[in-house]
Design a protein around this ligand. Structure first.
Ligand SMILES: [Zn+2]
Length: 67
């Protein structure tokens, strides 16, 4: 079973990624630092994957900052 990476502040597992036009996709990050859409029909094409926005607090940062 894979373990999801967690927010370093509030320890939840769900984040948003965004694109230039403000579209958001809710994602999780697996133990291999792969960004996975929560809803499997959603695409990450064109999304800025360099910044994750935590859904539980004000934290934002890169996947490598997750715990
Ligand atoms: Zn958080």
């Amino acid at each position: 079973m894979s373990r999801n990476k967690l927010c370093p502040q509030c320890k939840i597992r769900r984040f948003q990624v965004k694109n230039d036009e403000g579209r958001c996709v809710v994602v999780t990050v697996n133990e291999n630092y792969e960004i996975i859409p929560v809803h499997e029909n959603e695409s990450l094409e064109g999304m800025d994957l360099s910044v994750l926005y935590c859904l539980g607090c004000s934290w934002k940062g890169s996947v490598k900052s997750l715990i």
